[in-house]
Design a binder for this molecule. Structure first.
Ligand code: AMP
Ligand code: MG
Length: 358
C-alpha cells in the first residue's frame, strides 16, 4: 500500500483539533486507486499532515519509502529547531537562556524569526512571537490550563516580558538576542506554514513536479492533480466542522487559514480562542471566525492569516488590501456567516471549475 499512517514521534505544537482545510477528492475518477496518486500521511507539530504526489512517472516502492523517510526526517529537524514542546530544541534553549547577548541558532530558525518580525512590523504588532508567555498563561501552551482565567494584574505583569521589539535577529552569523532575559518566543503561528515550505523544498529537490501538501490546515500545491486539473482545496465552514464554505483552485502557491473555532475553551459563557491580541494580552473576542490567505510562501501566508485574525474584520481586511494579499475573511453576524473577499482572492474562487471536476 502506498498510503501509510505514521506514528507521531515528534513532540508538537498546540493540538489542532481538526483539519481546517480539506483536500478534496473531487475529480478523482477512481478514488482509492493508489496507482495515480501516492498519499503519505503522518503527524507533526501536534497535528496531521498529508502529502499527495502524482505518480507520473511511476515511482518504485523504494522511491516512495525514501520520500516518506525524507519527509519524516525533515520534520524532525524542523521540530528540533522550532518546537517549544521539546526542551532541547533551539527555540526552547533560547527561551531558557537567561543572557541578553547574541545566541547562536540555525539559518532556518534565524530566517523564520526575521520573517516573523517583518510581519509584526507590517501588522502594527498584531502578529508577535513573544506572546508565548501569554499563550501559556491562557493555557494554550505546553503548561496546563489553570482553573480560573487570569486577572488583569497578572496579565499586566506577564506583558512586561512581551513585545516583538525586545527580540533582534541577524542572519550572518545566524543568531538571535533578547532585550529582557525573560522573553519567550512561540512560533506556532508560523511553524506549520514553514514546515509545509520545507516539505515542498524537499520534493522539489528530488524532482517531484506535481504535489499538494497539507499540514494542520496550511496548504502548498504545485503543478496539477492526477487528472491534470488544478488542485482543489476546500475551506472549512467555521460553524460546521465537516462542512465546506468554499473551494479554491491552487497551483504553484500556498494557502493558510487561521480560525477562532478549532482551539478554544469556554468559561462563564465566553469563548476564549488561542489567538492572543498582543495589545491587550487577552484572546481575541471579535466576530472574525476565520481568515484564509494565499501567498507563494506558506510561512508568510500562515503568519499573515494570524495577524489578520488579531486585527479583526475591518483593520484585518484593510491590511490585506494594502498588501494586495488574496484573503477571505469569514465573519459571524448574528446567526449567519458573512464573507469579506479581497479582489485578488476572487480570482482563485472563480478559477474553480465545477464542471471539469465532477
Ligand atoms: P495560527 O493557528 O497559525 O493562527 O497560530 C495560532 C497559535 O499562535 C496560537 O495557538 C499561539 O500559540 C500562537 N499565537 C497566538 N496569538 C498570536 C499572535 N498574536 N501572534 C503570534 N502568535 C500567536
Ligand atoms: Mg498562522
Amino acid at each position: 500500500m502506498f498510503s501509510k499512517e505514521k506514528r507521531d514521534r515528534l513532540q508538537g505544537y498546540p493540538a489542532i483539533l481538526c483539519l481546517i482545510m480539506i483536500l478534496l477528492p473531487l475529480g478523482c475518477a477512481n478514488p482509492g486507486d493508489d496507482r495515480d496518486l501516492i498519499v503519505i500521511r503522518g503527524h507533526t507539530m501536534g497535528t496531521g499532515y498529508t502529502v499527495k504526489i502524482v505518480n507520473k512517472p511511476r515511482m518504485s516502492q523504494e522511491d516512495i519509502g525514501n520520500a516518506e523517510e525524507g519527509i519524516d526526517s525533515l520534520l524532525r529537524t524542523v521540530n528540533q529547531q522550532m518546537s517549544t514542546y521539546i526542551d532541547s530544541s533551539e527555540i526552547s534553549r533560547f527561551n531558557l537562556h537567561r543572557g541578553i547577548g547574541w545566541f547562536s541558532i540555525s539559518t532556518e530558525l534565524a530566517e523564520i524569526i526575521a520573517q516573523s518580525l517583518e510581519v509584526s512590523e507590517k501588522s502594527g504588532g498584531a502578529f508577535d512571537i513573544t506572546v508565548g508567555p501569554l499563550v501559556n498563561l491562557w493555557g494554550f501552551g505546553p503548561s496546563e490550563r489553570e482553573a480560573d482565567i487570569p486577572g488583569r494584574e497578572r496579565i499586566r505583569q506577564v506583558m512586561q516580558r512581551t513585545g516583538y521589539r525586545k527580540v533582534s535577529v541577524r542572519l550572518a552569523p545566524p543568531s538571535v538576542r533578547k532585550e529582557n532575559p525573560e522573553v519567550y518566543c512561540d512560533l506556532a503561528a508560523i511553524a506549520k506554514g514553514h514546515g509545509t515550505d520545507r516539505i515542498a523544498g524537499y520534493l522539489d529537490s528530488v524532482g517531484v513536479s506535481d504535489y499538494v501538501i497539507e499540514m494542520g490546515g496550511e496548504i502548498r500545491a504545485k503543478g496539477r492533480n492526477h487528472l491534470n486539473n488544478l488542485w482543489q482545496i476546500g475551506i472549512a465552514d467555521p460553524d460546521n466542522g465537516l462542512g465546506i464554505q468554499r473551494v479554491v483552485s491552487l497551483s504553484n502557491t500556498s494557502m493558510a487559514t487561521s480560525g477562532d473555532y478549532r482551539n478554544y475553551f469556554e468559561h462563564g459563557g465566553t469563548r476564549y480562542s488561542h489567538i492572543i491580541d498582543p495589545r491587550t494580552g487577552e484572546p481575541v473576542t471579535h466576530k472574525l471566525a476565520s481568515v484564509t490567505v494565499i501567498h507563494e510562501n506558506c510561512a508568510y501566508a500562515d503568519a499573515m492569516a494570524t495577524a489578520i485574525i488579531v486585527l479583526g474584520p475591518e483593520d484585518g481586511y484593510e491590511l490585506a488590501l494594502e498588501e494586495n494579499l488574496p484573503a477571505l475573511l469569514i465573519v459571524r453576524e448574528r446567526d449567519s456567516l458573512i464573507e469579506k473577499v479581497t479582489p485578488s482572492f476572487k480570482r482563485h474562487l472563480e478559477s474553480y471549475d465545477y464542471g471539469s471536476n465532477l
